[in-house]
Design a protein around this ligand. Sequence first.
Ligand code: SF4
Length: 365
Amino acid sequence: MNQFLAQPQGETFKLFYTKLMQWFDDHGRHDLPWKPQEKYTEAQNIYHIWLSEIMLQQTQVVTVIPYFFNFIEKFPTATDLANADQETVLKAWEGLGYYARARNLHAGAKIIRDEFNGEIPLNYQDIQNIKGVGRTTAAAIISQGISRPFAILDGNVKRVMARVTGAMHPEKQLEKALLPFAYLMAAQNRPDDYTQAIMDFGATICSKSPKCDQCFWQDHCITHQHQKMDQIPAKKVKLIKKDIELYPVIIQNQHGELVFHQRIQESIWHNLYEFPHLDSHLDELENLFNIDNAKVLNIQELPSFKHILTHINYEVHPIVIQVVSYEDTLQFNDQVYTWVNAEIYSAYAKTKPTNDLLNIIHIQS
Ligand code: SF4
């Protein structure tokens, strides 16, 4: 069954391409800091594009820019990034979210150092051996880095292509249906500018709520003619979210020191720091008065708050315990913790709820 509103024509794409590039020349972003620059080597320029492509996944340009500058200052090359320890990388990433990207970036840098002599390979097959680099990211890096025509099809570009072609396909079939048109577009001139242009257009004009009245394609757009902008592309099947209750315990001694727990289990917060947790609040609150190596002065429950992720709704129920400690360590809930002062824990990469809690209790993170 043909799931396009009308059969897409090659001529349509040529016209769209011409108008897109005119729009990009007049309105596109030409000053992005990861654009190749003469003051850097080719290897560094490619490294910058790779960094930006990973950072820009699910994150807006304006949010990414300060993180990008911080990264290239701390880790000027892929080898510098590979040689850093993971905590330093996670700390530099702190606040950007989706931490799997930071872990992949770090693992990818080690592959670049160990298998490719510190330089990102500009070969479509090899580059996909770098952890976290899939087909679209590979295409974006090569097309922008050395101006070769490779078809990108990330979320933004898929949305644009779906609307330009009137593709009504369910989400799972959409990429396959659009791939031939993505290649057709990429095969025109100026592949590096084209990649930037279509990403900019998807981010600013043909966005989730498209600004059709500002769009150069409005008179030709089949999706606009059928007024199906809210149906194309087809919506993703909604994830069923989990509800999880968290009971972090903030234990503070007479010197203002705290104890932290590093999450070792696989999760989006893998290897980040957080406060120790109770498994459940009601069962264990009474046990809090019996902490080895310390005398409990006060226990206070703070107001609960929510922390929402794409797949989990956390309800956070914090408890603050003030103690007088007698030793350098504290035994709590069958674990031994070391007291750390603000200078040390401010260098930790922490989970978002942990930083929120530090702000709530007026301690500078
Ligand atoms: S007219 Fe609207 S839906 Fe069509 S390409 Fe332009 S912004 Fe997107």
